[in-house]
Structures are given as C-alpha cells and as structure tokens.
Write a protein that binds this ligand. Structure first.
Ligand SMILES: [Zn+2]
Length: 314
C-alpha cells in the first residue's frame, strides 16, 4: 500500500526544492567565463560538516585552512587564493550567516579584512533553518551537494570534489543526473559526433582499444566545461582516452590553438609522467578532425581557467 501524501510531506518537498534552487543559483560564474568556484566549495564544505553532525558555525581560521586547500586543488590557477571572499559574500545569496558581521571593519570599497577574521576567529555558517533542514534530511543535503558539483566541475572530478569535503562519492540519490547542471540539457549526440570526428581515437595518444562492437575507455571531453557554458559542439570537444580526459580536466596539460600543440604543466612529475604526458609535450595532437577543429576561444578558456601553468602556454 502506498502511504498517503500528507500536507506536511508536500510542504517539506516544496521547502526542499526551494533550498536546492537557492544553492543552484549561487552567483558565481562571472559572465560565464572566469571560473569562481569559491562559493560552491565553501557551501560544499559546510554541507560536509552538517552531515557529520558538526556545529552550525565554524571559526574563520578553520574555514581559511580548509578552503585554501580546496581552492588550490579544485580552483582555477591563481597566484593568490581568497577564502575570505566567499566567507563574506555567500551571505548575499541568503545561505550564509555571520552573527558578528556588524563588528567586522570593512575596508574602503567593501574590502573584507582577512586579518581581522583570522585574529578574531569570526564564526560563520548556514542560517539555522538551512542547517536544520540538512540535519533533518541527509538526502536533501546530498542532493544539494551533487547539484553544486555538477554545476561547477566536470564529471571526471565529481568524485574527488565530494571526497575532499568528506562526502562519499558513491552515495547519491537517484535521478540526480536530470537535476544536475541546472536548466541546461545535454545534447545526447555530442559524444557520438565527437568520437566520430576523431575516428574513435584519443586526440593526444591515438589510443583505440575496442571490442568487436564497442570502443573502450574513450570519452568525448568538453574543452570548456558544460557548467561554464561550454556548448555541446564538436568544436568544443576532443576525443580523449580516460587517462588523458582526467589529466586534461585536472589541468596537467592544455592544447594551444595556433597549431593544436599539447603543452604539459611544468609541475607534473612522477612515475608514468613521461609515458603519459612528457612524450607528447610541445607536439601537435596526433589525431584531429578534418573539420570542426577545437575552437580557439574554448582552448583559451581551458588554458586560463584550468591549466596549471597558464603563463607557459601564453
Ligand atoms: Zn590518450
């Protein structure tokens, strides 16, 4: 027998949907171009705390230490990281509270004084109703986390981001794929079209292992991520083996537009780095399509927003 839906269930459902959409619309992509995963990472970090049953408010010193690591690992390549900015500005999205906000001496032009936040260990966290909603419904908390990750990171990094904030990547409520990525839908032909354009080979290493009727471990990678308004067009795609897809989305290498040359980040090292990356450095892509070459604007986006060494590709 199906349990009867009560008014309470409906109210809870509506409240949950409202809450998710508030996080979905975090104003973070500046003109859909520069990556700014600061707010989503702070929200994810705080969701992890909720699910572990930790206090609603966290002192800024803890936020600073953890968010700095997250930004370094998952943020765009930037010389300075600013964990104090999301800590302050997430308030304007209505999902963050700093009870002592009036004590904070903002600089001219509204600058947030990190030194003061550190010295005073100013506390911040989700407003009480949000914290309580997540505590009451771990499913809602997990769904919200998945929505945030899908909107701001490529699929290849989903598990790493979730794990870094203490969430189990294997646990996700069903039906999330539809909600992921906000209102934009994905073109199901993207994968097929990209793989065909590259003759079912990895653009970097020409890897092409197949079973009689199936290509194995070959992805249609987005150059400009879906969440950054990257279109589902062959010009925004490359066929990459799973290893090169992951390395590309992590920023270990990029491709420069002029002659479609692979550039490997200087900081790459370790066993296998020569085999998987070093030998392709400063060499043209091995496989390229006859038409619909990777577009310069998308490659430039990848170089400045994802690649770890943007200056050497300039
Ligand atoms: Zn490859």
């Amino acid at each position: 027998m199906t349990p009867k839906t009560t008014d309470n269930d409906l109210a809870a459902f509506r409240a949950g949907a409202n809450l998710r959409s508030r996080f979905e619309t975090l104003t973070v992509w500046k003109n859909k171009n520069q990556r700014a995963p600061h707010k989503p990472l702070l929200a994810l970090w705080a969701i992890g705390r909720c699910l572990r049953g930790e206090d609603r408010l966290a002192g800024y010193r803890a936020v600073d230490e953890d968010l700095r690591k997250l930004l370094k690992e998952f943020g765009p390549p930037r010389k300075s990281l600013h964990p104090e900015l999301p800590f302050w500005h997430l308030q304007s999205d209505g999902v963050w509270e700093i009870p002592d906000r009036d004590r904070i001496p903002l600089g001219k032009g509204g600058g947030v004084p990190r030194k003061f936040l550190m010295e005073q260990d100013i506390a911040g966290g989700f407003p009480y109703p949000i914290y309580q909603a997540f505590r009451n419904s771990p499913v809602l908390a997990i769904e919200t986390a998945h929505v945030l990750v899908a909107a701001h990171f490529p699929d290849t990094r989903r598990g790493e981001v979730l794990a870094a904030v203490g969430l189990d990547p294997e646990i996700g409520p069903d039906g999330l794929a539809a909600a992921a990525g906000g209102s934009r839908t994905r073109d199901p032909r993207f994968r097929e079209n990209v793989l065909a354009a590259y003759h079912h080979r990895c653009a970097v290493c020409s890897f092409a292992i197949r079973l009689p009727d199936k290509v194995l471990a070959l992805d249609a990678a987005h150059i400009r991520w879906h969440g950054a308004n990257g279109p589902d067009e062959v010009g925004n795609g490359m066929a990459l083996c799973v290893m090169h897809h992951k390395l590309f989305d992590t920023g270990a290498f990029t491709v420069v537009p002029d002659d479609l040359t692979v550039i490997v980040a200087r900081s790459v090292s370790g066993s296998g780095s020569k085999r998987w990356l070093g030998r392709f450095d400063r060499r043209p892509l091995r496989v390229r399509p006859e038409r619909d070459l990777p577009e310069a604007t998308h490659l430039k986006w990848h170089t400045s927003e994802v690649f770890r060494d943007p200056d050497i590709a300039a």
